[in-house]
Design a protein around this ligand. Structure first.
Ligand code: CA
Length: 228
């Protein structure tokens, strides 16, 4: 999910329409107030943030995002009026991941978004020395057996935890239900694959937005979404 913050309704609608037309989920809003209301519902993969907005400008909104641990890791692309070098530099210093000069073409916007998402995925899915596995807003702390989404703790059963960890460490790899049963439950037979489906379902529910990373491969099994 990409959120576009843009007060000019035509542009906002065009941005959202363009992203949806290339297969991305997108939602638009017109102010910081609306953005933070949306963030209460779900953590997006990226925010396209206009600088000139009514009430609160984009720089101030960016500062608030970066100061809040729930939102600090969300990639942000700032949209700034053409020629305004000041805003551009300030935007980068304020912790934006990229900037784009208005008016920009929709294809350029899509290319920038994909580039930032790629960069962030390669930075965030790495496993760190202290046993922390990250994927976007999802964090698995191996030492404490703790899972967090957007900074909020998620309580998993042992099997759900093991399933998540296995999938997370092998992004893009499809695991058949039989394979998961064997690896997680240790079953030698393939009769109870429904057990896997039930656990995946509750795991997805508990993870909320991050649960969408677990993809169903029809007729085969499951995988953690490949890093784009
Ligand atoms: Ca504006």
């Amino acid at each position: 999910m990409i959120i576009c913050v843009e007060d000019e309704q035509n542009i906002c609608e065009l941005e959202v329409y363009t992203l949806q037309s290339v297969g991305m989920e997108a939602e638009g809003c017109a102010s910081g107030k609306e953005l933070f209301a949306l963030l209460e519902q779900h953590i997006p993969e990226l925010i396209v943030l206009d600088i000139m907005l009514p009430d609160e400008d984009g720089m101030s909104i960016l500062a608030r995002l970066r100061a809040d641990k729930r939102y600090a890791s969300i990639p942000v692309i700032m949209a700034t009026a053409k020629g305004s070098e000041y805003d551009k530099v300030k935007g980068l210093d304020g912790g934006a991941d990229d900037y784009i000069a208005k008016p920009f073409g929709m294809l350029e916007m899509v290319a920038r978004i994909k580039a930032v998402l790629r960069r962030c995925a390669s930075q965030q899915s790495a496993k760190t020395d202290d046993g922390l596995i990250r994927r976007g807003t999802l964090e698995v702390h191996e030492l404490e057996h703790q899972v967090r989404v957007g900074g909020e703790a998620v309580v998993l059963t042992l099997k759900e935890y093991e399933l998540l960890k296995l999938l997370l460490l092998h992004p893009g790899i499809v695991f058949s239900r039989d394979k998961l049963l064997n690896d997680i439950w240790g079953y030698e037979f393939s009769g109870e694959t429904r057990t896997v489906d039930v656990h995946i379902r509750t795991l997805r529910q508990k993870l909320g937005e991050a649960g969408e990373l677990i993809e169903t491969i029809r007729g085969v099994g499951y995988r953690m979404a490949a890093e784009k």
